[in-house]
Design a protein around this ligand. Structure first.
Ligand SMILES: Cc1ncc(COP(=O)(O)O)c(C=O)c1O
Length: 479
């Protein structure tokens, strides 16, 4: 057996490169990353090549080792080119972020050191770093010392975590769900609906409250709806406010929503996944007044802090409620549980073994300082306004309302011809051109194009290009 073990150890050494090999591999990866960054400003933002991307499905996993360079070459061809180039500043569709290089370095270090970030006992520093980040965001939100939270993989999971916490905190049982009412608007992100379904609450009523001309929830209608539901014997449970809607960037009247939640004893949840970090911009802070009244809030660092995909934060005003929903006991965890002094992600979330996500956020904040983020966010806010002005100056372009944050809408209104068809053609022209990527939406049944400025790499030149390509697209349609 010893001989066999020695032989296996020898063969398995392939998995543990020695220092010279590690350095060589690092150099190759670094060269790849630098080439990617070098090409980024000129790279197309959209390459609809789904066939090449499909080649990875046929990848063989050989028994024997291979060289890194051909593997990276395959990665570039099949993965880093096809689809939307979400690292590009030309990506102004959906909700972009760009992805900070220094965050990637944080991820790299987290993976190298492989700290077990689920439990304080095993990795006190990692858990404390995440607790510190949550505290920083809690301060930004205006939450008291009782607050706590969890760094999830993104906004959808963060919202789900909040909704399950709220369900448990209020002590809702399946027999109650049919009478339970959640107040949303047509602009609420669909992950709330999905979270309710995952939480087993699909039968609960989602009351869609109308929005005003700036796409903010009409809170008079909200109050009326709550009263009516109470009169009908239903159980109003939660108001979902949105601080930065996905489609239009609107910020709901949070103070009034919070006051109504308090008046009628409802849970107040704010989805600030997209908009939350605009709280860093002093001039925009007043728009968020009332967010501090919420019971739970979601902010997505992979949007507003420009981090690479994979991090969304949920914060509860009362951290203990998370433990109420997620803590556990198991005999194989007895060593940990006996030594537990602070709540860990394993107590406040559905995760146990957990990637040290906090490092990808902590490192850029420490390294760059908050002021750079503040400036970048204000730049994005102003760029959206600039884009709206530039677009409004183009003949036959209709723009949406002045943006609350950094999303603005427009469409082409031809003198004759079907606006729906013309805007679809305009959109396709922009996608084919490839210098910027826009996504479309439907507002009150109208096909609209969205400009969402939140990539760290989107600057004035992107908006100039957008204006140029829209003009060219219109000229092309008119031909
Ligand atoms: C307002 C809002 N909430 C939630 C989400 C979902 O976040 P994620 O895509 O990180 O799951 C988004 C995504 O764009 C969003 O804009």
């Amino acid at each position: 057996m010893l001989d066999q073990l020695k032989e296996l150890e020898q063969q398995a050494r392939e998995l543990e490169p020695e220092e010279p090999q590690r350095r060589q591999l690092s150099r190759q990866v670094e060269a790849y990353a630098e080439a990617f960054y070098r090409e980024l400003p000129e790279a197309k933002t959209y390459i609809p090549d789904y066939q090449t991307a499909g080649e990875v499905l046929d990848t063989e996993f050989d028994e024997e080792p291979a060289d890194l360079d051909p593997i990276l070459k395959e990665l570039r061809k099949t993965t880093d080119r096809p689809g939307i180039n979400t690292a590009s500043g030309g990506h102004i569709g959906y909700i972009p972020g760009g992805g900070l290089f220094t965050s990637a370095l944080g991820d790299y270090l987290a993976a190298v050191t492989n700290r077990y970030a689920g439990v304080h006992y095993t990795s006190p520093g990692a858990v404390n770093i995440e607790r510190r980040l949550i505290r920083w965001m809690a301060d930004l939100t205006g939450y008291p010392d009782t607050a706590g939270g969890y760094l999830a993989s993104g906004g959808s999971i963060a919202n789900l975590t909040a909704i399950i916490t709220a369900r448990e905190a209020v002590g809702l049982h399946p027999v109650d769900y049919e009478k339970t009412v959640v107040y949303v608007s047509g602009q609420t992100h669909h992950c709330i609906d999905r979270a309710l379904r995952i939480a087993g609450m699909a039968v609960a009523t989602q009351r869609f409250i109308p929005v005003d001309e700036k796409f903010r929830m009409d809170t008079d209608a909200l109050e009326e709806a709550i009263k009516e539901d109470m009169r009908a014997g239903l159980k109003p449970w939660m108001i979902v406010g949105t601080a930065g809607t996905t489609d239009t960037g609107a910020v709901d009247p949070l103070r009034r929503q919070g006051d109504l939640a308090e008046k009628f004893g409802l849970w107040f949840h704010v989805d600030a996944a997209y908009g939350g970090f605009f709280l860093l911009v002093d001039e925009l802070k007043p728009m968020f007044d009332g967010i501090q009244l919420s019971d739970s809030v979601v902010l997505d660092p992979h949007k507003g802090l420009f981090l690479p995909y994979g991090i969304g934060a949920v914060i509860l005003k009362d951290e203990r409620l998370m433990a109420g929903a997620y803590s556990y006991e198991a005999s194989y965890m007895q060593d940990i549980q006996e030594r537990q002094t602070v709540l860990s992600p394993a107590d406040t979330s559905p995760e146990l073994s957990k990637h040290f996500r906090g490092l990808r956020m902590w490192l850029p904040l420490k390294l760059h300082g908050i002021s750079a983020f503040r400036s970048a966010l204000k730049e994005k806010y102003l760029l959206a306004r600039y884009a709206r002005e530039k677009l409004a100056a183009i003949k036959d372009i209709e723009t949406g309302p002045e943006p609350d944050l950094s999303v603005t809408l427009f469409r082409y209104l031809p003198k004759d011809g079907d606006p729906e068809e013309c805007n679809q053609r305009l959109h396709q022209y922009i996608l084919d051109d490839g210098r910027v990527y826009l996504s479309s939406t439907r507002i009150d049944g109208k096909y609209m194009l969205r400009v969402a400025v939140l990539s760290v790499r989107t600057h004035i030149n992107t908006i100039e290009v957008l204006s140029e390509v829209v003009k060219q697209g219109i000229a092309h349609i008119r031909q």
